[in-house]
Design a protein around this ligand. Structure first.
Ligand code: HEC
Ligand code: HEC
Ligand code: HEC
Ligand code: HEC
Length: 181
């Protein structure tokens, strides 16, 4: 009787032990993938790092247009709700109205000319905050993972050639890739 209890006990311990190994193996490959393994920014994202890609239409032809043009073509199109916007911190404008100059720009007094003019240009991150441009695909807030390039599985386009271009099935991505996560 006593022996039987110990046996059962041992077996559940073994099970528990295997479970723990399983979890830690899964977790370590997960963290390699999710934490730092695929980072692009060197620490916190900076305007300069955004511009490295967003002003490089040769390496990033999918951007199609210069960065000012991309914004200015939005004039006259509807402003989305903050939760659907890629720039929830843009200074002006109301969801449902159309974008106009003052949805994004602010006027400033310019001492040299003694007039008001558009304030000199500001950091991308003021309008596109960090949480909108960082994070793994699983976190679901990084707009880069909602683009056509992501949907085509071309991770390499942004993450460089340190990894296979395995697509959503995940060739070189920590073994299991997206499917395993
Ligand atoms: C490694 C290159 C790279 C870096 C760094 C990068 N981006 Fe991008 N970003 C892209 C590319 C490429 C696209 C367009 C992909 C597509 O349309 O298929 C894009 C798309 C976007 C979009 C549009 C998303 C959409 O839904 O259409 C925004 C906004 C954006 N980036 C902002 C930023 C900001 C802000 C930074 C800096 C914090 C940044 N990006 C850094 C490559 C980069
Ligand atoms: C959706 C946001 C948005 C709207 C709407 C917008 N702008 Fe801009 N504008 C920007 C951004 C962002 C930049 C800077 C882009 C960069 O530095 O890459 C910019 C840059 C500029 C510049 C600097 C010149 C340049 O090419 O870099 C001028 C001038 C300007 N905008 C005028 C206007 C005027 C006038 C309107 C209204 C007709 C307008 N903008 C509407 C976002 C916007
Ligand atoms: C003053 C606010 C502001 C600043 C600064 C700003 N953006 Fe934007 N950006 C916007 C707004 C607003 C949109 C449209 C968001 C939406 O409708 O979802 C936008 C959209 C975009 C898009 C998608 C354009 C498209 O075709 O739909 C890209 C790419 C982008 N921004 C990149 C950048 C980069 C890179 C910088 C810095 C060099 C930057 N932005 C600076 C306000 C800004
Ligand atoms: C349009 C550009 C773009 C594409 C395409 C893209 N990513 Fe990203 N991804 C980013 C940016 C920008 C970051 C933020 C990097 C940072 O914080 O250093 C990021 C972050 C990540 C992170 C989190 C890294 C970290 O250190 O937090 C993972 C994981 C990731 N991407 C996986 C993928 C996978 C898998 C694919 C392909 C299915 C993919 N990405 C395609 C732009 C992209």
């Amino acid at each position: 009787m006593f022996e039987k209890i110990i046996l059962i006990h041992n077996r559940s311990l073994l099970f528990l032990y295997l479970l723990i190994i399983g979890i830690s193996v899964a977790f370590s490959s997960f963290s390699l993938f999710a934490m730092g393994g695929m980072s692009i920014f060197d620490g916190v994202p900076t305007e300069e790092a955004c511009r490295d890609c967003h002003e490089d239409l040769i390496n990033f032809p999918m951007l199609e247009r210069s960065n000012p043009d991309k914004h200015h073509l939005l004039v006259g199109t509807p402003i989305p709700l903050p939760e659907d916007s890629t720039a929830p911190n843009a200074p002006g404008g109301f969801p449902g109205e159309d974008y106009e100059c003052m949805s994004c720009h602010e006027m400033d007094f310019i001492p040299e000319t003694q007039t008001y003019g558009l304030a000199p240009f500001r950091d991308c991150l003021l309008c596109h905050p960090e949480w909108v441009v960082t994070g793994s695909p699983m976190m679901g807030t990084n707009i880069h993972h909602e683009t056509q390039t992501f949907l085509l599985g071309d991770c390499q386009a942004c993450h460089g050639s340190g990894m296979d271009d395995g697509g959503m099935g995940g060739g070189g991505m920590g073994g299991g890739g997206m499917g395993g996560m």
